[in-house]
Design a protein around this ligand. Structure first.
Ligand code: 13P
Length: 255
């Protein structure tokens, strides 16, 4: 399948940044810059900013996502937010399995799978993150590891539901470090993930799924990364907090 037939998705991951007031301001800056984008544009924001982001993006082409969700619908899970709660607010996307959740908050492939299941059941679109640590890359197990993360995360997900899955390949060593994977490294692993999907769900599913790269993607390096045949977009951390930089990446994906 021609890459041009897959719609690119550029998503910002604001992580633990911005108050609701600041969120409104940043979205007001981003919206006019990306209004003619020929790709999907999403901002994933802290839970407390979701309402402000939903209001600020009304009438724009910017979708709103959360950065995590719990797998139960409700119950005694102090401090957690369910996928159903997000959907009830009008949130459309949710990031699941980000390496920061895996590294600092005990997220495992099994809990990632539970969260993916809950998000799909709630009607959300999932941005599923996979990626290796530097040690794992040096050990030569990147492909195996990312394949395993992908397979476990998608256990019990049907081919129809795959339409609401975006996969983000984020090498952990490239996140927030300024060390971007080369375009060839990014493409190589995105292609591995595509083959995993093709193996699980068929060639058409592999060809149809959107696979993003994330990790120090910025206004300068975006075009080269997005030019690669298996890189269909980006999950952007630091650069998503600056309207002109984020807009430049959206522009690069729109070409
Ligand atoms: P940076 O773009 O800041 O490296 O973060 C990438 C990321 O983790 C997006 O989810």
């Amino acid at each position: 399948m021609n890459k041009a037939l897959r719609k690119a998705v550029i998503a910002g991951n604001w992580k633990m940044n911005k108050t609701p007031e600041e969120a409104k301001e940043l979205i007001a800056q981003i919206a006019p810059l990306v209004k003619d984008a020929d790709c999907s544009v999403v901002t994933c924001v802290p839970f407390v900013d979701l309402q402000a982001a939903l209001e600020a993006t009304k009438g724009t082409n910017i979708g709103v996502g959360a950065e995590n969700c719990h797998w139960e619908k409700s119950g005694a899970y102090t401090g957690e937010i369910s996928a159903d709660m997000l959907a009830a607010m009008g949130v459309q996307y949710v990031i699941i399995g980000h390496s920061e959740r895996r590294t600092y908050f005990g997220e495992t492939d099994v809990t990632v799978n539970k969260r993916v299941r809950a998000a799909l059941d709630a009607g959300l679109t999932v941005i599923l993150c996979v990626g290796e640590y530097l040690e794992q890359r040096e050990q030569g197990i990147t492909a195996e590891l990312v394949a395993m993360q992908t397979k476990i995360a998608l256990q019990g997900v049907s081919k129809e539901e795959l339409a609401r899955i975006i996969i983000a390949y984020e090498p952990v060593w490239a996140i927030g470090t300024g060390k971007t994977a080369t375009a060839d490294q990014a493409n190589e692993v995105c292609a591995v993930i595509r083959e995993v999907i093709a193996g699980l769900y068929g060639r058409d599913a592999g060809d149809g799924i959107t696979i993003q790269y994330g990790g120090s993607m910025n206004a300068k390096n975006a075009a080269e990364l997005l030019d690669k045949p298996d890189v269909d977009g980006g999950l952007i951390g630091g650069a998503s907090l600056k309207a002109p930089d984020f807009a430049a990446i959206v522009e690069a994906a729109s070409r």
